[in-house]
Design a protein around this ligand. Structure first.
Ligand code: SAM
Length: 220
């Protein structure tokens, strides 16, 4: 994507999520994504003395989990309305900070994070590999990252989502996700699936394929 196309993508994505936040859908995402997010969060195990970042934090629910676990916790999101929601829901919770930014732009020093989390966000990036590299560079040695996606090659049911939302998504298979993590420099890369309990009122992919977790570490 050239510069102009990237800007258009950011504006489109920001518009969608500003609207979702205003319509109360951020809390719907928290509820829907929460169980898979818990699994990625358990891998990260943030705790006292650590700095935690959620990229594309939505209403900031994992930032609050990390702060409650004792970490200094940051959330960034492209959507101003999502960040406003996150700030409101986190008022009075110490060690939480939120900022609007279009990742891979960010306000942090390289090597300043111990744990990075991201749920259902990375495929919106106009340049996913650049974003993975930026996240890797943000981690300290021994740092860990968990990226979770529901839109991926093997999940055929998800392939219609970009058309439905009217914006471009980066579609990668599970193996391509793993390769992308390796290319960015991550070690001990793992792939996992989080399967949701079967529920006839929900889409079948949730219980049959589930959310894809890609987990990696930065060598000491
Ligand atoms: C599907 S929502 C997921 C939100 C949250 N992670 C959750 O689980 O509820 C994707 C989020 O990524 C944000 N986002 C998309 N592109 C972004 C970018 N380049 N930089 C920062 N945030 C971005 C959107 O604004 C949106 O809040």
């Amino acid at each position: 994507m050239n510069q102009q196309e990237q800007q258009r993508q950011y504006e489109r994505v920001r518009g969608i999520f500003d609207e979702w936040a205003r319509a109360g859908r951020a809390e719907g995402m928290e509820q829907g994504h929460g169980p898979a997010a818990r699994e990625g969060f358990a891998f990260l195990e943030p705790g006292p003395g650590q700095r935690y970042l959620d990229i594309g934090c939505g209403n900031g629910y994992t930032v609050r989990w990390a702060a409650e676990a004792g970490a200094q916790a940051f959330g960034i999101d492209l959507s101003r309305e999502m960040i406003a929601r996150a700030k409101k829901l986190s008022a009075g919770i110490p060690k939480t900070e939120f900022q609007v930014c279009a990742f891979p732009d960010h306000p942090f020093e390289p090597g300043s994070m111990d744990r990075i989390f991201s749920m259902e966000t990375f495929y919106y990036f106009p340049n996913l590999d650049e974003a993975l590299q930026a996240a890797f560079d943000l981690l300290r040695p021994t740092g860990r990252m968990a990226v979770i996606v529901d839109y991926y090659g093997e999940n055929q049911d998800s392939h219609s989502w970009p058309e439905h939302l009217g914006c471009a998504f980066d579609l990668r298979s599970e193996a391509e996700w793993e390769d992308s993590f390796h290319r960015a420099g991550f070690a001990k890369v793992q792939r996992r699936h989080f399967l949701y309990p079967p529920d006839p009122s929900k889409e079948r992919w949730k219980s049959e394929l589930g959310s894809l977790l890609i987990l990696g570490e930065k060598k000491a």
